[in-house]
Design a binder for this molecule. Structure first.
Ligand code: PRP
Ligand code: URA
Length: 209
């Protein structure tokens, strides 16, 4: 059974408070999304597997613990998930990056797939899917289904803001997946937007509205 963890670290809460403000510029929004992802990566990678390695310091031989060979991949859901990649890579620079393109049909709110490019060895890696928003949960659930079809076995989902409806849908669709959430909001409005939320994450990151 996967876990659902809402981050309560003061630095994360403070930065999310700024991200939510409607007057926050795209530049600041992008930087803060990346910083929040970096803090979240610290917690989300807590259980990565380590292996013993013999090394020599300038003083003596010793055993240190390093991450196992095939480690992790970060897979953003395009577009908005891209905003969390740099923060993740700051913490784990050796991670490979895959991309899944999905957009939410504004009428049906159902995800529509348009792109999928993953590391060739993704089946051997622990995959961290990123998307700032978990609203109905349709996009996250579809992305994770795509990863499982490609043979990925261990999957984590990281979002900055989640609606309770999305958490429920995602845990029901993929009970084995760990979910890391920056802030758990109140509800979805009639257009499928998270309340209070932050608006359209993709538009705010890329300045398209
Ligand atoms: C947003 C967001 C998620 C999705 C969440 O993407 O980044 O991918 O909606 O909604 P859901 O949980 O109801 O599926 P959007 O479709 O707006 O695409 P974009 O990132 O390209 O703007
Ligand atoms: N996608 C967004 O970008 N924001 C929401 O509130 C819901 C879906």
């Amino acid at each position: 059974m996967g876990k659902v963890l809402v981050m309560d670290h003061p630095l994360i809460q403070h930065k999310i408070g700024i991200i939510r403000r409607k007057e926050t510029s795209s530049k600041d929004f992008r930087e803060l999304v990346s910083e929040v992802a970096m803090f979240m990566a610290y917690e989300a990678t807590r259980n990565l597997k380590l292996t013993d390695v013999e090394i020599e310091t300038p003083i003596a031989k010793t055993t240190v613990r390093e991450l196992e060979g095939k480690k992790m991949a970060v897979v953003p859901i395009l577009r908005a998930g891209l905003g969390m990649v740099e923060g993740m890579l700051t913490m784990v620079p050796a991670a490979k990056v895959g991309h899944i393109g999905l957009y939410r049909d504004p009428e049906t709110l159902k995800p529509v797939e348009y792109y999928c490019k993953l590391p060739a060895d993704c089946g051997e890696r622990e995959v961290f899917v990123t998307d700032p928003m978990l609203a109905t949960g349709g996009s996250a659930a579809a992305a994770i289904t795509m990863l499982k079809e490609k043979g990925v076995k261990k999957i984590h989902f990281m979002c900055i803001i989640a609606a309770p409806e999305g958490v429920k849908a995602l845990t029901e669709a993929h009970p084995d997946v760990d979910i890391y959430i920056g802030a758990l909001d109140d509800h979805l409005n009639d257009h499928g937007y998270i309340v209070p939320g932050l608006g359209d994450a993709g538009d705010r990151i890329f300045g398209t509205k």
